[in-house]
Design a protein around this ligand. Structure first.
Ligand SMILES: Cc1ncc(COP(=O)(O)O)c(C=O)c1O
Length: 470
C-alpha cells in the first residue's frame, strides 16, 4: 500500500473503524449502513474519546503557517468527514441513475431525521436541508414578499430586524421586503453590550414603532448570534415578546447556531430557524437546515425554495432535496458528523461548552495584555468573543479594519476579522477596533499568543492604521 499523508491516514483509519463496525456483506454499502443509526449520545468512557493527536490529524489539512482564530467565518471540516463525503460523490458518479432514483431522497431524509432529533423539532417535515443561511433567508423573505404583493400584508406593514443583522441577510430584506412595500425597522443595539436587558429594552421600542399608526409587524428577524460585532442575543425572551405583541412570524437567523449555542426548537418557539452546519458542526461546505414550525394557520405551507425544480409544490423539504443536478454529498454526511462529534467528551454539547470556556479565557488573556476590554460579558458570548484592540492603533473606519486584518494575515500569519465601532457622540479615546476571536477544537493557546504578540509588536513600533495605503 502506498504511504498516506496525515489527513489520508486519519480518514483511512476512521473509515476502517467504521467499516468494521457497520459493513454489510457488500462493502460498497458500508457508507449507507454507517449512516443508518447514528447515536445522538456520546460515549461515557474516557478511553473511547478522541485523542489530541487524532484531533491534530483530523485537521492537518489546515495551513500550519497560520494561526486560524476565525472558525466563525467558514467553519472547518475534519478529514475523516471529507473522506466520507468523497465516498458519497463516488457513489453518485458510479451509477447516477440508481443513486438518483433509489438513494438520494431516503438518505437526505436520514440527515433530516438526525437534525430533527438534534434540534428537538416535533416533525421531520419541519426540517429542510438547504445550502446555507443565505438561502434559508431568501426562502422566508420570499414568502413575506409574496404576502405584500398578493395583498395579504398592507403596504407599510413592518419587518423588524437587528441593526447588526448579517450583511447579505439585510440585502435580502432590501430585495424582497423593501421592494414589495414593506417598512423595515432596525433595532439599534449598544456595543459594547453590558447586559441582555439592554437588548430586550431596545427590541420592545422597535416593535412599538413598527405598530405605530395601526400598522402591523409581520415578521421579526432576529439573529441568535450576531456576526459583527458578535453577541449572543436573548432570543427566547425576544420570541416571547413577539408573541405578546402580536408579531405575525418570527425568523431566527442562527447561522452560528448548532454547535455554538443551545438549539431547541420547542424551547425557542420561533416560526422559522436556520442554522449552518458548516460553521460549528464540522460539515463540509455547505449545508444548513431551515426549520419551519407546523402551525394551525398554515403559514409554513406557502414556503418555496427560490430555485424551482420539478419538486415544486411538494413541500419545502422535498423541494429543497432536489434543486437540480449538483453535488449533494455535504448533506449526506450529516449522520457521520454526529458520529464524529460523539467521539468528544459530552458530544456536541461538550465541544460547545469547552469552546466557550476557552474563547473567554483567551479573550481575557488578550484584554490583559492589551489593556482593553471584551465587547460583552462572558455569558453573552458563545464560541466567539469580541476583544478590544489598543486605541493607539488608530482604527477609524471599516476600511482601516479591513486593512489591519490583511496586515495581520500577511505579515503575522494570523486570521481574524476586525470590527470598527464608530465612536459615540462626545466619546474620546474609546476603543474603536475589536477583533473577533473564535475557538474550535483544533485551536491551541499558541494561536492566540501569536495574535497577542503581533498586536503588541505593532504598538511598540508606533504603528497607526493611517500608515496603511490603499
Ligand atoms: C448571522 C449570519 N447570518 C447569515 C450568514 C450567512 O451564512 P452563509 O454564508 O453560510 O449563508 C452569516 C455568515 O457568517 C452570519 O454570521
Amino acid at each position: 500500500m502506498a504511504s498516506l499523508s496525515p489527513p489520508e491516514e486519519a480518514a483511512a483509519s476512521y473509515l476502517h473503524r467504521h467499516t468494521k463496525r457497520y459493513s454489510s456483506s457488500n462493502g460498497v454499502e458500508s457508507v449507507s449502513d454507517f449512516s443508518k443509526r447514528p447515536k445522538i449520545s456520546p460515549p461515557q468512557q474516557s478511553s473511547n474519546f478522541i485523542s489530541p493527536s487524532e484531533i491534530e490529524s483530523e485537521f492537518s489539512h489546515h495551513d500550519p503557517d497560520f494561526a486560524r482564530v476565525n472558525n466563525g467565518s467558514f467553519g472547518c471540516c475534519p478529514s475523516s468527514i471529507l473522506a466520507l463525503q468523497r465516498d458519497w460523490q463516488l457513489r453518485f458518479l458510479r451509477q447516477p441513475d440508481r443513486f438518483y432514483f433509489d438513494e438520494l431522497k431516503p438518505k437526505i431524509s436520514e440527515s433530516r431525521a438526525v437534525i430533527k432529533r438534534l434540534i428537538n423539532a416535533e416533525h421531520e417535515d419541519e426540517v429542510s436541508i438547504v445550502d446555507n443561511a443565505t438561502t434559508a433567508a431568501a426562502i422566508v423573505l420570499q414568502q413575506t414578499a409574496w404576502a405584500f404583493r398578493e395583498g395579504r400584508f398592507e403596504k407599510g406593514d413592518a419587518v423588524v430586524m437587528l441593526h447588526y443583522a448579517y450583511g447579505s441577510v439585510k440585502k435580502s430584506v432590501e430585495a424582497y421586503v423593501t421592494r414589495s412595500g414593506g417598512q423595515v425597522i432596525e433595532v439599534l443595539l449598544p456595543f459594547p453590550v453590558i447586559s441582555a436587558d439592554e437588548i430586550v429594552g431596545r427590541f420592545r421600542k422597535a416593535l412599538e414603532s413598527g405598530k405605530a399608526n395601526g400598522r402591523r409587524v409581520r415578521l421579526a428577524l432576529i439573529d441568535h448570534v450576531t456576526s459583527m460585532p458578535s453577541v449572543v442575543i436573548p432570543i427566547k425572551e425576544l420570541v416571547k415578546i413577539c408573541r405578546e405583541e402580536g408579531v405575525d412570524q418570527v425568523f431566527v437567523d442562527a447561522a452560528h447556531g448548532i454547535g455554538c449555542v443551545d438549539v431547541d426548537m420547542k424551547e425557542i418557539g420561533a416560526d422559522f430557524y436556520t442554522s449552518n452546519l458548516h460553521k460549528w458542526f464540522f460539515a463540509p461546505p455547505s449545508v444548513a437546515f431551515l426549520y419551519c414550525r407546523k402551525s394551525k394557520n398554515g403559514c409554513a405551507a406557502d414556503l418555496h425554495h427560490p430555485v424551482v425544480s420539478n419538486e415544486y409544490g411538494n413541500g419545502l423539504a422535498i423541494e429543497s432535496s432536489w434543486v437540480g443536478t449538483r453535488d449533494y454529498s455535504a448533506q449526506l454526511v450529516v449522520p457521520s458528523i454526529l458520529e464524529f462529534v460523539n467521539r468528544f467528551e459530552g458530544g456536541i454539547d461538550g465541544i460547545k461548552k469547552r469552546n466557550h470556556e476557552s474563547v473567554v479565557e483567551m479573550g481575557q488573556m488578550l484584554v490583559k495584555s492589551w489593556g482593553t476590554q471584551l465587547g460583552c460579558p462572558p455569558e453573552m458570548c458563545a464560541s466567539m468573543v469580541m476583544v478590544g484592540l489598543p486605541v493607539c492603533l488608530g482604527v477609524s473606519s471599516d476600511s482601516d479594519a479591513l486593512k489591519l486584518r490583511t496586515l495581520l494575515r500577511e505579515r503575522f500569519r494570523v486570521e481574524t476579522p476586525i470590527y470598527f465601532r464608530p465612536p459615540g457622540e462626545g466619546e474620546i479615546d474609546a476603543i474603536a477596533g475589536y477583533v473577533r476571536i473564535s475557538f474550535q477544537v483544533y485551536n491551541k493557546p499558541e494561536d492566540y499568543h501569536r495574535l497577542r504578540d503581533a498586536v503588541n509588536e505593532l504598538v511598540r513600533e508606533g504603528f497607526r492604521c493611517t500608515s496603511l495605503s490603499g
